[in-house]
Design a protein around this ligand. Structure first.
Ligand SMILES: CC(C)(COP(=O)(O)OP(=O)(O)OC[C@H]1O[C@@H](n2cnc3c(N)ncnc32)[C@H](O)[C@@H]1OP(=O)(O)O)[C@@H](O)C(=O)NCCC(=O)NCCS
Length: 136
């Protein structure tokens, strides 16, 4: 607990709001700034990297809760740096506090929870759901 890590990535031309979904016409006219959804994904990537060394073969983690602000825009070309700190953990989940900055300022703060899972068991659930009849 208290373990802190830093992870950085340059925002690319593809990480922007208009490019989120090719079929979302309503988004195509929006500003070409770092999309909130990609920001969340980048934060998850940082947290996964931080805890990856601690897992056994066949184990990993899934994002189960995200609570983040997005308070400043970031254009492509700037670097976003995530500082993640393990805040709490038990045998099933890990909580992180996260702070994201671009080259100029803090763009986001928040909390994230990841569940510790065995991939085989999780995949069995996914397969069952895929094959089950969709409720009416
Ligand atoms: C993580 C998650 C499995 C925990 O679920 P939960 O409700 O606390 O789990 P439960 O103890 O009620 O178990 C329900 C089912 O979840 C799955 N599960 C639970 N704990 C698990 C674990 N440690 N490893 C693998 N699968 C697990 C199993 O399929 C389980 O069914 P089973 O007991 O018949 O094997 C669930 O919140 C989830 O699937 N969230 C979606 C996460 C996701 O898809 N994120 C996006 C990708 S990062």
């Amino acid at each position: 607990m208290g373990d802190t890590a830093s992870f950085a990535r340059v925002v690319t031309e593809r990480d922007v709001v208009p490019d989120l979904f090719p079929d979302a016409d309503v988004l195509h006219g929006m500003p070409r700034v770092f999309a909130t959804a990609y920001m969340v994904g980048l934060m998850e990537w940082a947290c996964v990297e931080q805890i990856a060394p601690f897992f056994e073969q066949g184990e990993g983690s899934l994002g189960v809760h995200v609570d983040m602000s997005h308070v400043a825009p970031t254009p492509p070309g700037l670097t976003v740096t995530i500082e993640s700190t393990v805040d709490a953990m038990d045998d099933r989940t890990i909580w992180f506090n996260v702070v994201l900055r671009d080259d100029h300022e803090v763009i986001s703060t928040g909390r994230h929870q990841r569940a510790i899972v065995q991939w085989d068991r999780f995949q069995r659930r996914v397969d069952t759901k895929h094959l089950a009849e969709v409720p009416a």
